[in-house]
Design a protein around this ligand. Structure first.
Ligand code: UD1
Ligand code: CA
Length: 451
């Protein structure tokens, strides 16, 4: 059965106390909305509709940045979860499969859970995802009769007896698309909140002879985010799970709790991550590498056998081939570092390519920016860049060429050549001793108040 995904994301999220729409607050470097879209994407939906209201333009842009095919519809006034689904009517026109409703602020639903819902749909028109909550929580209550879900009662509308039920509604619901809008049309806002409840579908379906069921998942999956405190808790939960998954997959994290991962971090087997390493979005680290302490990586690719850090920074477009060594206080941006090359100390390599087995001496800087435009530095194979070389781009250093320490290189260096571009040294015999004597005398006179 084909699936259409509907993600509800129109709410204001007042308790976030933010100018940013709630669903655009990030967990592990991606907006919560994208986490929900990723979860839904595992079912390969035929259509994807996001219901936005507050901060519509920003939500629309974020959804399309992740998936250009996403359809974002406006829910001008937030009249409840049922009303939110009603506004997808045109976007779902002609669709006859199953409709999966997710919330944009509930980012951790697991693909396996969605698969179980799809399986349960065979015998029921509506499948609701439930979880066990403390009786003090104000979630909608799932009233079961054996396998059958009889009704969902919102906390505000519930009797004390119903409030004692601990099986609660997560909000995730899978509905037979053919009946969805007929059922929605039968909902009213005659309830404690004066809203159109999506949850009323269950009872309306039952009255029409259509059965519903609920399946259960762990409460960690249905965790919603309503405040910055929840956001931090959700981040912690994400990190904990992602670190554990990496370790299960054969990556050593010496101090897991100090390593921060992104939603899309990929790390190969037998790689060792030392303490205090931060992975921003879009990083791939291949097998058998070592990322040393206090390194910061984003938009970077580290190939097999490489070492990075301690205290290294790999920025977007850092592409390291096999067995590359990047050492302490080195920044690499938009640069290809070829096999076996070394940039071990205190360097900035940006908008550059470095050939295989080249050695970049301590303090080398690619001067890539002239204040208006960026320019490229090209370094050949097995070149040796002397310490503290300034490479003023655009500039090319040939294969097996060398630059003298402290050189300011403004012209191309041909292959095999040595380029020296620094002031020649001058030596003056005895001059240092004379200078010392003069200075000491001056200090003495000063302390006596003379000049
Ligand atoms: C809803 C459920 C409740 C469930 C709880 C789980 C209903 C009536 N109640 O309650 O059973 O236990 O979620 O968290 O469905 N939204 C819109 N437009 C609207 C209203 C809501 O897009 O008009 C979106 C919100 O942005 C949010 C989600 O739908 O992402 C849920 O809305 P919320 O107001 O938080 O629902 P609850 O009252 O908490
Ligand atoms: Ca809520």
């Amino acid at each position: 059965m084909s699936i259409a995904l509907v993600i509800l994301a129109a709410g204001k999220g007042t308790r976030m106390n933010s100018d940013l729409p709630k669903v655009l607050h990030e967990i592990a470097g991606a907006p919560m909305l994208v986490h929900a879209m990723k979860a839904g994407a595992t079912l390969e939906p035929e259509r994807q509709v996001i219901v936005a209201g507050h901060g519509f333009d920003a939500v629309d842009a974020a959804a399309k940045a992740y998936d250009p095919e996403a359809v974002v519809v406006l829910q001008e006034e937030q009249k409840g979860t049922g009303h939110a689904v009603m506004v997808t009517r045109d976007a779902l026109d002609g669709f006859t499969g199953d409709v999966l409703v997710l919330y944009g602020d509930t980012p951790f639903i697991q693909p396996e859970t969605l698969e179980r819902m799809v399986a349960a749909r065979k015998d029921h028109a509506v499948v609701v995802l439930g979880f066990q909550a403390d009786p003090s929580e104000k979630y909608g209550r799932l009233v079961m009769q054996g396998e059958t879900l009889e009704t969902i009662v919102e906390f505000a509308d519930a009797t004390n007896e119903v409030r004692d039920i601990t099986f609660c509604n997560s909000g995730v619901m899978l509905i037979r698309g053919e009946v969805l809008f007929d059922l929605l049309d039968a909902t009213t806002n005659q309830n404690a909140s004066g809203e159109y409840y999506l949850t009323d579908l269950v009872e309306i379906a039952r009255e029409k002879g259509l059965s519903s069921t609920a399946i259960s998942c762990d409460a960690t999956e249905t965790m919603g985010v309503n405040s910055r405190v929840h956001l931090a808790e959700a981040e912690a939960a994400f990190q904990e799970r992602a670190r554990t998954n990496l370790m299960v997959d054969g990556v050593t994290l010496i101090d897991p709790s100090s390593v921060y991962l992104s939603h899309d971090t990929i790390i190969g087997r037998d790689t060792v991550i030392e303490p205090n390493v931060f992975f921003g979005p879009d990083v791939t680290v291949e097998s058998g590498t070592r990322i040393r302490a206090f390194s910061h990586l984003e938009g970077a690719h580290v190939s097999r056998g490489g070492t990075v850090g301690p205290y290294a920074r790999l920025r977007p477009g850092a592409e390291l081939a096999e067995d590359v060594h990047i050492g302490n206080f080195v920044e690499i941006k938009n640069a290809i570092i070829d096999e076996g090359a070394k940039v071990n100390h205190l360097s900035y390599i940006g908008d550059a390519s470095v050939g295989e087995k080249s050695n970049i001496g301590a303090g080398t800087i690619t001067c890539n920016y002239d204040g208006v435009m960026k320019h490229k530095t090209t370094i050949g194979k097995r070149a040796f860049i002397g310490s503290n070389t300034m490479l003023v781009a655009p500039v090319t250093i040939g294969d097996e060429a060398m630059t003298g320490s402290g050189s300011v290189i403004t012209k191309d260096v041909e292959e095999g050549a040595l380029a020296l571009a620094r002031a020649p040294q001058v030596s003056k015999p005895g001059m240092a001793r004379k200078l010392f004597e003069m200075l000491k005398l001056k200090k003495k006179n000063l302390s006596k108040g003379l000049n």
